[in-house]
Design a protein around this ligand. Structure first.
Ligand code: ADP
Ligand code: ADP
Length: 225
């Protein structure tokens, strides 16, 4: 679990200000959804929390430590992307094992963790398959499995369901919520879909044009008389 603090955060690309003066605190174990129209800065913020993008000004702290000062391999952050980003030439098992292999984890530990993640995600029967032999929903589960085996304190999702059909999106929403209940870690989830935000979030951050417009629980934001 981890507390994520965004302090006076700015991001500009040349003269263009993608994010201005963001102030957000995400509590330990909270499920926070960042919502807003395309181009409002959601992915930029997520990529900055992941350390994939430099901070122009301000700070991002995870459990009180400024992220830029923490070595990337010690950051305990995992991200799930819209396009899954699986390795096509590797089996489901090897896709999930890859980051542990890179960190030279012992083989029996890798097998245990991968099997546990596969069981959690209903992928146990598919470990020997290749990504192209899987449905979209199964691929997205593999992408989540790959993140789970790293046991991240912070779990980032960038529009993970937008390539799935409507019926599967609804199913995967509740799967991700139940994953959150089981893991109990801090999850930050980007979407442009208000329904997704309402049904999944503990707290919603509404962004618009690079600034935070509103922050609150689904009830606080949408159920006012
Ligand atoms: P969202 O995820 O909300 O759709 P993004 O965070 O992807 O929005 O982008 C926010 C704004 O920053 C957009 O106007 C986008 O064009 C711009 N932007 C994002 N990345 C870059 C970049 N590398 N260079 C220049 N502009 C960028
Ligand atoms: P998404 O809409 O899924 O968030 P985008 O298509 O906006 O993703 O961005 C994909 C990549 O292109 C990102 O890495 C982002 O930094 C980069 N990008 C987005 N907008 C711009 C831009 N105006 N100029 C340069 N790079 C950009």
């Amino acid at each position: 679990m981890a507390r994520v603090e965004i302090r006076k955060l700015h991001k500009h690309y040349g003269d263009f200000h993608a994010l201005r003066d963001l102030e957000i605190t995400m509590e330990d174990g909270e499920f926070v959804v960042l919502v807003g129209p395309s181009g409002c800065g959601k992915s930029t913020l997520l990529r900055m929390i992941a350390g994939l993008e430099d901070v122009s000004d301000g700070e991002i702290l995870i459990d009180g430590r400024v992220i830029n000062e923490v070595d990337s391999k010690d950051r305990d952050i995992a991200m799930v992307f819209q396009n899954y980003a699986l390795y096509p030439h590797m089996t489901v098992h090897d896709n999930m094992a890859f980051s542990m292999k890179l960190r030279r984890a012992p083989a029996d530990q890798i097998r245990r963790e991968v099997e546990a993640a596969a069981a959690t995600l209903g992928l146990s029967d598919h470990l020997k398959r290749y990504p192209k032999q899987l449905s979209g929903g199964q691929r997205q589960r593999v992408a989540m499995g790959r993140a789970i085996v790293r046991k991240p304190k912070v779990f980032l999702f960038d529009e993970p369901l937008s390539n799935l059909d409507a019926k599967l999106r609804v199913k995967m929403r509740s799967e991700i919520r139940s994953l959150h209940r089981r893991l109990g870690n801090t999850m930050i989830y980007v979407t442009h879909d208000q329904v997704e935000a309402l049904t999944m979030a503990d707290r919603i951050v509404v962004m618009q044009g690079g600034v935070v417009e509103q922050i609150g629980s689904p009830l606080e934001l949408y159920d006012r008389p």
